[in-house]
Design a protein around this ligand. Structure first.
Ligand SMILES: Cc1ncc(C[n+]2csc(CCOP(=O)(O)OP(=O)(O)O)c2C)c(N)n1
Ligand SMILES: [Mg+2]
Length: 564
């Protein structure tokens, strides 16, 4: 790769590779074939490099926020994604999405075109600036949404790219790469560096494994919590092998839905503090040793309003890059290596076997209005192996996540960052990242209003997503999180959702607006059969909410703290 990008031959002439071409092809070598973004003059050289690349396709989004969400979705499947925005106005619009990728450990390379070095040097007053002749106003802001960053010039380009790629991979978080527009067109200067691949310190790894093995041997009961990072790093199979070798039960929090099939015999349920099944709660809260594989995030949502009773002294946390046992931290140990070592353990002769959790029965009559009690089991019955379900923040995700889903379904959600509007473009990115699976998006209508315009991009780029939009007359989750559900700020403009695909250029999509269970069942069948995208608007009740949300409603003080 290094030689290939140092010099290429075009029509017999030796042509030096530009900085822009180098960056694009180097990132393509990371397994990235699509670049999400919005063009702009300062970033034209990067856009041109993408457009002329045979490895990377330009995916124009309606705005940079959408592009950042789409890139996050793509990175979750491919391991990394490319996001391109222009100086100031573009990059700042993408910040929420990039910051979300940082929180949720998704590796987005955010490339920004800056005004030329020459104009920066002359302190010219330029568009997309504060008019102060200063060009460093936004670098720190965008860099704050990444785990590492570089401002590129022709001389540092090769070294800096290896540094940021290595560091971003080590943390599995975004990297920010800023490139002045004239430098982007300059020939890259050669440098002799090798890719940096994060790896464990062997001694530290063996030390960590010895402690883990001893704790596992001495524990009367062990439970594994496989973390969301397993999904981000694509380590599901390794994690499953490790769990099988350990032979103990595993549970998932709302952030790890289906990371390993829920039909797996060692699956002991979804753990969410006080709203867990009592058996699941006992297995987790009563365990001598909780082996956290990947660093679970015990936040207000995953612990159901801090109702979990988990003594951290019983935890061993295997992070991406270290192992924590009580007050002891063993650094430079990679999660993937710990999983491989665990998989070598002699399998237990009496592994845990939980009762297989069946899908909830589908109930109700065709003429019935659509209630949430009838809807969630229908989603479970609709989904099948090979589907990737993308869940939006809102009442639905709190209803669907505790619902057992079929084996082979992958679930992606932004539980921690929880920025509404994420799921629609994320589903787009996920669909492009793996067209071999069917992407199914479930969103509330309030969230959808933030980013629905990229349904157009789905149609344009042939991403055949099946979209379910729950129209329940506003922000139900917010109504539930307040004493008074009727504040007007929880109402939204009453759009004709089912007409959106047509207006946005997806004329061949299957669309429906359903108010009864019979209509919903028919629409689900038609959506599944559709070769193009499908879009179903479901009319739900204004206060019809899942049990976990009703529970949160009864614990508002614990969630938010009492009045001082
Ligand atoms: C970017 C952003 N703005 C505001 C919020 C606060 N918020 C959380 S959920 C929500 C409403 C979701 O409503 P909807 O998508 O209709 O789902 P429902 O709960 O009604 O099913 C809002 C406004 C947020 N999480 N993210
Ligand atoms: Mg709603």
């Amino acid at each position: 790769m290094a030689r290939q990008v140092q010099q290429t031959e075009t029509s017999g002439m030796v042509k030096a590779v530009s900085v822009a071409d180098y960056i694009v092809e180097r990132l393509a070598a990371e397994g990235i074939n699509h670049c999400f973004g919005v063009a702009g003059d300062y970033v034209f050289p990067i856009c041109d490099a993408v457009d002329s690349s045979t490895n990377v396709k330009w995916i124009g989004c309606a705005n940079e926020l959408n592009a950042s969400y789409a890139a996050d979705g793509y990175a979750r499947i491919r391991g990394a994604a490319m996001l391109v925005t222009t100086y100031g106005v573009g990059e700042l619009s993408a910040l929420n999405g990039v910051m979300g990728a940082k929180a949720e450990r998704s590796l987005v390379f955010h490339i920004v075109g800056m005004p030329s070095y020459q104009n920066q040097r002359l302190g010219k007053i330029a568009h997309h600036t504060l008019g102060d002749g200063v060009f460093g106003n936004f670098v720190d802001l965008s860099a704050g949404a990444a785990c590492c960053h570089a401002v590129i010039n022709p001389e540092n380009c090769i070294v800096e790219m290896e540094r940021v790629i290595g560091e971003a991979r080590r943390n599995n978080q975004p990297a920010y790469i800023a490139v002045p527009s004239d430098y982007a067109l300059s020939p890259v200067m050669s440098a002799d560096v090798k890719p940096i691949v994060p790896r464990s310190n062997e001694v530290a790894l063996q030390k960590a494994m010895a402690i883990i093995a001893e704790r596992v041997d001495n524990a009367k009961s062990v439970v594994v919590l496989p973390a969301f990072t397993i999904l981000r790093l694509g380590l599901q199979e390794q994690a499953q092998k490790a769990i099988e070798a350990l032979g103990c039960p595993f549970v998932t929090t709302l952030m790890e839905k289906c990371v390993i099939d829920e039909g797996h015999p060692q699956f002991a349920g979804i753990y969410a503090g006080a709203v867990s099944d009592p058996k699941t709660r006992q297995i987790v809260e009563g365990a001598d040793l909780v082996l956290d594989l990947g660093g679970v995030n015990l936040n207000d949502i995953t612990t159901a309003a801090y109702s979990a009773q988990l003594a951290l002294s019983r935890f061993i946390t295997v992070g991406l890059d270290d192992v924590r046992i009580g007050d002891k931290v063993i650094a430079n140990v990679r999660l993937t290596d710990v999983l491989s070592e665990l998989a070598k353990l002699k399998p237990s002769s009496t592994p845990y076997r939980g009762a297989r959790q069946e899908l909830a029965p589908v109930t109700g009559n065709p003429s019935d209005k659509i209630t949430m009690v009838a809807l969630y089991p229908r989603y479970a019955a609709f989904l099948r192996a090979g589907d990737t379900l993308v869940l939006e923040t809102g009442s639905t995700s709190l209803g669907v996540t505790p619902t057992i889903l079929p084996d082979g379904v992958r679930v992606e959600a932004q539980v921690l960052w929880g920025s509404i509007g994420w799921a629609t473009p994320a589903a787009f990115g996920i669909a492009l990242a793996d067209p071999g699976r069917r992407t199914v998006l479930i969103t509330g209508e309030g969230s959808h209003q933030l980013t629905a315009n990229d349904i157009g991009a789905m149609g344009r780029f042939g991403a055949n997503v099946i979209v379910f939009v729950l129209n329940n007359g506003g922000y139900l989750i917010e109504r539930a999180l307040e004493e008074n559900p009727d504040w007007t700020y929880n109402d939204v403009a009453p759009w004709n959702y089912a007409e959106l695909p047509k207006a946005l250029g997806c004329a061949d999509w299957y669309t429906a607006r359903v108010t009864t269970l019979g209509e919903l069942d028919d629409a689900m069948k038609a959506a599944r059969a559709s070769k193009t995208g499908a879009y179903i608007e479901i009319i739900g009740g204004k206060m019809d909410m899942p049990p976990i949300l009703a529970f949160a409603h009864s614990r508002l003080k614990e969630m938010y703290g009492g009045t001082p």
